[in-house]
Design a protein around this ligand. Structure first.
Ligand code: BGC
Length: 748
């Protein structure tokens, strides 16, 4: 079982630690020798040099543009420079020509791979495979650090329940538990389990609540209560901090009127005092300056004081610290001790990354590691595992030897840039393998390519050319969805149906009577309900990255078996937003009342009903959280609890048998959900508390057991204290959040 393999891997890593010369990642700030170095350096610094460390700038220009400032120690970090030759020169100026020789921290948005691009994060979350996600982040770190990038602005840990929000592509979806496990995996992957020259500091972002933007419009205000923050939005950040994340980024939003960059409750009380974080806190791009636009400060000087006061260490691109902090310190508006603390946090990370010892990179070696075969292999496996099979009328997998003519169609079939997804600065389309390229290589001479639509937004009334080609084909492989530009930062949508004439294209294809296999590539869960009848099978691939083509070809022809599960609820229509699986129970839950057009709309009929649903789309989503088909089938049986009553320091033991009842070897993502029936506040109807991937051969049955610490059932109740509230609970073991029969147990 995968979980056991991981434990063995962890154990081995821990046993190896003492013999490794590197540093374990999760000890930020706790190493006296590091602290001594920090203090020594700090004691030699002038106030101006300290403030310089707190300044981060975007360095896209020539080295000479920044040389003077680097020499004077006015820049602590740069982002957006990845040329190793230039980075070496930056470092040389800092190390050899600045008074104290403090190296630079070079940052980049390495969000889902550097050159080798992995599926977008929402796709990675769909793998439910923490080991593979860690491997992907490691690949990204190996490639990026080889070029001198030692800090990535990833992972994004924003819980999102609104697919209109374009940045839903960048996170792990709607669930706190899944997001927390992905957070740990990425932190371990980027930073390495042991710190060495391939360690890249992770930056957990955006702190906090950014994904709850009102209306799904980016940068919009949020109104999260402290209880929602603590129960839903903060735990992934806490998990990442515990995993040793070196840095954290504040978010653009204001929550209940307080912009995050000036929010001392989250940045000091929670992050520093409760969690003991002693990494580096950076603003988002000009988020300090934007506190003036928010109306939270009168000018740049005012917001600089507010940000330092709230606990920010580094200013990304507002230039507020470098311009005003000296003056603010002289006037007494900002305490010297606040500056010293910020600089400690910055120097500590530079020391932990080994930048003082190894500021330079080997330019030749850097070239060699990019797109290494094992990196491409990890990217392909990730793309295979991230695809979710939403529908299959028995057409998949296709039999490669039985297919003579294949029609490949749709705007995403051969869109190398777009299949990479959002936040790709370094992955090149020339290295990207599209589905069309992979299929042509696999079936030389057998593939017809008629795109139908050149791009997703295109409007077309007739598809005669595609239909004619479809009639000649044995099977139609359609690749639809949205281009990279339609999701990501500030790229929100208010309509989530397939854009342009894509649905009409699928309808035209279906009308030929030939089997239609649809793959959707998108940055979010689109509302595909109206398209399902027009396809015999649908694979949801998000944006699958560099190796998307071979991965999809493998899945379609059965060399890989789908195992991805929805990391977010798939809606029927955008009007259902927000609909997520772990909602609280209403006093009047839906009981299956009739929907339009079946309800009677007779004159004089009362408009009063009494349950919670939409007349036109009911109370259920199109696909629930955790859902995904395989080419095989799995059956759960003999689900048993070890006992029916537990103490708060016990673990709930649940055993069950999982059987592969189909004809293919496959992997099931086993999920365990729990419901706390009565609380001091209303509780979610279900919450994911465990998942693991289990691979079984056809006909194989395996007895499995899972242990859930009762402490994992703790939450912030009416008194605002995190604890387990004794009482009755329900527990499900199932393949998605809407299946299975609950067992009940008590906590004493
Ligand atoms: C984004 C961050 C990103 C930063 C630096 C901002 O616009 O919100 O997520 O890391 O830019 O590029």
């Amino acid at each position: 079982m995968r979980a056991n393999t991981i434990s063995l891997f962890l154990l081995a890593a821990l046993l190896l630690l003492p013999s490794c010369s590197g540093r374990k990642v999760s000890t930020v700030g706790s190493d006296p020798s590091v602290e001594a170095r920090v203090e020594k350096l700090l004691s030699q610094m002038t106030l101006a040099e300290k403030i310089g460390q707190m300044n981060q700038i975007s360095a896209g220009g020539a080295v000479s543009d920044y040389a003077e400032a680097l020499r004077k120690g006015q820049i602590g970090s740069v982002l957006n420079e990845v040329d190793p030759v230039k980075i070496n020169e930056f470092q040389r100026i800092c190390v050899e020509e600045s008074r104290l020789g403090i190296p630079l921290l070079v940052a980049r948005d390495v969000i889902h791979g550097f050159h080798t691009v992995f599926p977008i994060p929402i796709g990675l979350a769909a793998t439910f495979d923490t080991q593979l996600v860690e491997e992907g982040a490691r690949v990204a770190a190996v490639e990026a650090t080889a070029q001198g990038v030692r800090w990535t602005f990833s992972p994004m840990l924003d819980i999102a329940r609104d697919p209109r929000w374009g940045r839903i592509a960048e996170g792990s979806g709607e669930d706190t538990w899944l997001d927390s496990r992905m957070a740990e995996a990425m932190v371990y992957g980027y930073q390495g389990r042991v710190s060495d020259s391939t360690s890249m500091a992770a930056c957990i972002k955006h702190f906090v609540g950014y994904g709850a933007a009102e209306g799904g419009r980016d940068y919009n205000s949020t109104f999260l209560t402290e209880r929602q923050l603590r129960n839903i939005y903060l735990p992934p950040f806490e998990a990442a901090v515990k995993a040793g994340a070196h840095t954290l980024m504040t978010s653009f939003n204001d929550n209940d009127g307080v912009p995050s960059t000036g929010n001392s409750f989250v940045l000091k009380d929670v992050l520093r005092d409760e969690w003991g974080f002693d990494g580096l806190v950076v603003t988002d791009w000009n988020s300090m300056g934007e506190m003036v636009s928010h109306g939270f400060g009168s000018d740049r000087k005012d917001v600089a004081a507010k940000a330092v006061g709230a606990g920010v260490d580094m200013d990304m691109m507002t230039f507020g610290f470098i311009s005003h902090l000296e003056e603010l310190v002289s006037s007494g508006a900002v305490k010297r001790s606040a500056i010293d603390n910020a600089v400690r946090n910055i120097l500590r990370i530079k020391i932990l990354l080994g930048l003082f010892e190894h500021p330079y990179v080997d330019v030749e070696a850097a070239r060699r590691v990019q797109y290494a075969p094992e990196h491409l292999d990890a990217a392909r496996r990730s793309a295979e595992e991230s695809a979710i099979l939403l529908k299959n009328d028995g057409v998949l997998p296709l039999n490669a030897s039985g297919v003579r003519r294949i029609l490949v169609t749709g705007p995403l079939a051969d869109a190398p840039h777009d299949q990479l997804g959002t936040w790709v600065f370094d992955g090149e389309k020339s290295h990207t393998v599209t589905p069309l390229a992979a299929l042509r290589e696999r079936f030389p001479g057998a593939v017809d390519f008629v795109p139908g639509l050149a791009y997703s937004r295109q409007q077309r009334e007739r598809f005669d050319d595609v239909v004619a080609a479809a009639r000649r084909a044995d099977v139609i492989l359609a690749f639809v969805g949205e281009e990279a530009i339609l999701s990501g930062e500030a790229h929100c949508l208010s309509d989530l149906n397939l854009i342009g004439s894509q649905s009409a294209l699928l309808e035209a294809l279906h009308s030929t009577g030939k089997p239609v296999v649809v793959t959707v590539m998108a940055g979010r869960p689109l509302t595909v309900e109206r398209d399902l009848p027009n396809c015999d099978a649908m694979l949801y691939a998000f944006h699958p990255g560099t190796m998307g083509g071979p991965a999809l070809s493998n899945l379609i022809f059965g060399d890989a078996v789908p195992s991805g599960k929805t990391p977010i609820t798939f809606l029927r229509t955008v009007g259902q937003v927000p609909m997520y699986y772990n909602h609280n129970m209403t006093g009047r839950p839906y009981r299956g009342e009739k929907l339009l057009p079946y309800i009677e709309l007779e004159a004089g009929q009362t408009s009063l009903g009494n349950t919670s649903y939409y007349l036109d789309s009911g109370a259920s989503p199109l696909f629930p959280f955790g859902y995904g088909l395989s080419y095989t089938t799995f059956e759960y049986s003999d689900i048993r609890l070890g006992r029916d009553s537990y103490g708060v320091s016990d673990s709930v033991e649940v055993s069950f048998t999982l059987a592969n009842t189909g004809r293919y070897a496959g992997t099931e993502v086993v999920q365990v959900y729990v419901r706390d029936l009565v609380g001091s506040v209303t509780r979610p109807v279900k919450e994911l508390k465990h998942f693991e991937r289990v691979s079984l051969e056809p006909g194989e049955r395996r007895s499995l057991s899972v242990s859930i610490p009762v402490s994992d059932l703790a939450f912030y109740g009416l008194d605002g204290v995190k604890k387990v509230e004794p009482g009755e609970f329900l527990l499900w073991v199932a393949g998605d959040s809407a299946s299975g029969n609950p067992l009940s147990f008590k906590v004493r």
